[in-house]
Design a protein around this ligand. Structure first.
Ligand code: NAD
Length: 492
């Protein structure tokens, strides 16, 4: 049986694998992944700190060259990377290519590092005095990533962390860890010096050791809300800069004037793509006024045409979910729904009889606060419909929800859409766009329980998060000038 290695000092490093990695399409164990001993984690952190002493002094053009080459290598190896993702995550190959493409955007953004790292300069702020600012790297950055985007989320972080002169230790999800090792190899092939990017496999205990480790300067985390909160609290208690992105419950509001075919297509794509295992997936369609019955009919008809199967079968619209436990949890929300007054319009739970971790598309009518299907992030192919009487009620529902990652509105009324974008307490908003993941030159992040810490991830906020500022005030006195002045420095 294969063991997935760490990637340390520019090469694969084998260790005894103890955690099983599954092929979700068959339900079989495909490999094992190691959990490092605490002494090994210390060694890795020491090695990373040593590597930073050199990497922090690398020139901007050196970093740019490496990132450009890395970008080309990702493109050249896209088929191979997508196959690795599909084999361990289960998503379709097309979807795996989609996440590679979105990750690439971040590498391309980081290639502009000479522009993004420009400081400011003010001449003659006082007589003979100039001021300039610059930003420097933090040191060793730890990246802790979730299973659902095994390449895109590491690229969200890695591209900008390396561009800014930091050294990276990536602790990928133990459920689909193989593609991270290939990222390390491709970075090395692109010219990244050994030790600047490490993949440390492991589990929750590994994360805790890193959060408390004095050799770590910053933590970028993406995952579920309870773990995000824990990572933020523990990391900051130990003096680290932390950004921790958590879970979501994303609402899509459909107003009475919307094109219901467009809205139904969007609900299907955003509700069931990647088996609903996206933090920006639509989980609740909020029907305002009397659109519900007609929209439910259109969504249900489209569900009947969906094909669920292995990710490497090109006819599959979506694949299995990540594990048997997760499948059973998803199914329980559907099975328990009628007891909470929710009607099950489409029930895909019969697919659990297949080998692998499959759940078919499910549509629930009547989800509302106080029901399990509404109160929890299901993270599966289950779309809920909530019925409200007015726009104000729709906004109140969204704003009362503890999550604030993404939301969308479907309407032809520009004024209502503009008002919506200002009314909701949510970080990313789509107007007739169901999955509004910002492009790489903006930053990604939710509000409320979807983000702990103030820094959104990637884009300009990513560059700010991975650097700290210095401001230098300079005076070159004339040789004959008197140097004695005990007063506080003044500009006027
Ligand atoms: P998870 O929280 O279970 O795991 C994320 C990472 O944390 C993994 O590397 C895991 O090893 C580690 N971890 C797990 N439990 C831990 C613990 N108790 N202590 C310390 N570390 C621990 O998340 P997941 O199931 O892999 O991913 C799905 C979740 O991620 C969903 O909630 C989804 O909404 C969220 N997510 C959020 C975003 C976003 O940008 N906000 C993006 C993708 C996924």
């Amino acid at each position: 049986m294969t063991t997935i290695p760490h990637f340390v000092h520019g090469q694969r490093l084998s260790a005894e694998g103890t955690l099983p990695v599954f092929n979700p399409a068959t339900g079989e164990v495909s490999a094992h992944v190691p959990v490092p001993a605490s002494a090994f984690v210390d060694e890795v952190v020491d090695g990373a700190r040593r590597a930073w002493q050199t990497w922090r002094l690398s020139t901007l053009s050196q970093r740019t060259n490496i990132l450009f080459t890395f970008r080309q290598l990702l493109v050249a190896h896209a088929d191979e990377l997508a196959a690795l993702i599909t084999a361990e995550h289960g998503k379709t190959l097309a979807d795996a290519h989609g996440e590679i493409a979105r990750g690439l955007e971040n590498v391309e953004y980081a290639c502009g590092l000479t522009e993004h790292l420009k400081g400011g300069f003010s001449s003659q702020v006082a007589d003979g005095v100039d001021v300039h600012s610059m930003r420097e790297s933090l040191g060793v950055v730890v990246e802790i990533t979730p299973f659902n985007f095994p390449i895109m989320v590491p690229l969200w972080m890695t591209a900008n962390a390396l561009a800014t002169g930091n050294v990276v230790i990536l602790k990928p999800s133990e459920r689909d860890p193989s593609v991270s090792v290939r990222l390390g190899e491709l970075l090395t092939e692109a010219g990244l010096p050994a030790g600047v990017f490490t993949v440390l496999q492991g589990n929750a205990a590994t994360v805790t050791q890193l959060l408390e480790h004095p050799g770590i300067d910053a933590i970028s985390f993406v995952g579920s809300t309870p773990v995000a909160r824990y990572v933020y609290e523990t990391g900051t208690t130990h003096g680290k800069r932390v950004q921790a992105l958590g879970g979501a419950k994303n609402h899509m509001v459909v107003l009475g004037d919307a094109d219901l075919d467009v809205a139904a297509d969007a609900a299907i794509n955003a509700g069931f793509g990647s088996a609903g295992e996206r933090c920006m997936a639509i989980s609740v369609v909020v029907c305002v006024g009397d659109v519900a019955d007609a929209l439910i009919d259109k969504i249900a008809t489209r569900i009947d045409a969906l094909n669920v199967g292995p990710g490497d079968d090109p006819t599959s619209d979506f694949g299995p979910v990540i594990s048997a436990e997760h499948r059973d949890r998803i199914v329980s929300y559907v099975t328990n729904a009628p007891g909470e007054g929710i009607s099950v319009v489409r029930d895909g739970t019969d697919l659990v009889a297949r080998d692998g971790f499959f759940v078919g598309p499910c549509l629930l009518d009547g989800v509302r606060p106080g029901t399990a299907a509404y109160d929890n992030e299901i993270f599966g192919p289950v779309l809920g419909v909530a019925r409200v009487d007015s726009y104000d009620e729709a906004v109140a529902l969204i704003n009362a929800n503890p999550f604030g990652n993404g939301t969308a509105i479907f309407t032809r009324d520009g004024n209502a859409a503009r008002r919506f974008s200002r009314d909701v307490t949510v970080g990313m908003i789509g107007i007739n766009v169901p999955i509004p993941v910002p492009v790489a030159s903006y930053s990604f992040g939710g509000w409320k329980n979807s983000l702990f810490g103030h820094a959104h991830i990637y884009g300009p906020e990513g560059f700010a998060f991975y650097t700290r500022a210095k401001v230098i005030t300079t005076r070159w006195p004339q040789p004959s000038e008197s140097q004695i002045d005990l007063g506080f420095p003044r500009t006027r």
